[in-house]
Write a protein that binds this ligand. Sequence first.
Ligand code: AMP
Ligand code: FES
Ligand code: ZN
Ligand code: ZN
Length: 332
Amino acid sequence: MVETKIKCSFCNENAVTRIGYAKLWLCKEHFIQFIEKKVFNTFKRYGLGGKNWRILAAVSGGKDSVSMLYILHKLSKDIGFELIALHIDLGIGEYSKISREVVENLCKSLGIPLIVLDLKELTGFNLPEMVSKTKRPPCSLCGLIKRYLINVAAQELKANAVALGHHLDDLIPYIIKNFVLQNLFEISKLGPKTDTLNGLVGRIRPLYEVSEDEIMLYAYLAKLPFVQNECPYSARKGLEKTIREFINNAEKRHPGFKIAFARSIAKNIEIYKNIGKEEPLKQCKICQSPSNSEICSFCKITAKVAGKPLGSEVKTKIAQLHLLNLNHTSTT
Ligand code: AMP
Ligand code: FES
Ligand code: ZN
Ligand code: ZN
């Protein structure tokens, strides 16, 4: 946020920020409106959801997904979709405790139904225990667990889509990295939406055209509660950091670069889907979830950690939680 005596482009208030690519100075109220309108337009532009859809918003408690949830809550009335929130408690000490509280309090205050999936309750192990038993890098382990649990919950709820809090500055570095490494099919998964296919519920990214700075300022100005600390396992890798610096530099010199890039990717997403196409997803032989191999990663990992694959058991537990909680309130 900049303290300035320059007036907002739309009213007489002092501006708090400048939006270079739109050539606008905006006051607090108009900035908030600008971001909300942008997300609304993203919904329309990419067809992210419509009337009577059920959207499951995955909320970690960080600024991105908290802001996403808050904006989706407002849009749900205008567009007419149903919104349910989902939080996964990974059991990473204080970090997870605070994250869960933030999401629970926010959902309560906004009246959004919330499902909390507690990894320890579902499997008997929290993430740090799984990390030490498997010796796998925490973030990749965490990613596969979250993807699995989010998909099971979305299937159970018959959600039309799962909303994720990825923004421009999350996505562009991955797109560039995958391009450099020529993992072109991977790029097809990094657009504003993926369709439901072979048991994998589609994903939407309502913050597709919002930058990290914008979402940070939005969360701050809208006075949203969010977890400030980073996950203790988080580590930004070298190449990704270099790419981030490059795109921020490009944006400074050529305002609008990031959005133009993201739009071009979205336009060509079908091309990426067809280049280097992976084999169609199979069904895990144990739990019947979508999988790249005969046995899904979740069943493999839990077999290592617990001595037996837990996919089916976890799916049954989640299904029962859903049935037992028709209001979809927290499971504990
Ligand atoms: P990350 O995988 O940390 O980059 O997070 C990407 C997105 O996944 C977030 O913006 C959320 O939408 C979702 N997400 C991450 N962690 C959680 C969690 N613990 N519970 C629910 N959703 C999550
Ligand atoms: Fe997944 Fe940190 S939240 S490793
Ligand atoms: Zn104004
Ligand atoms: Zn499985």
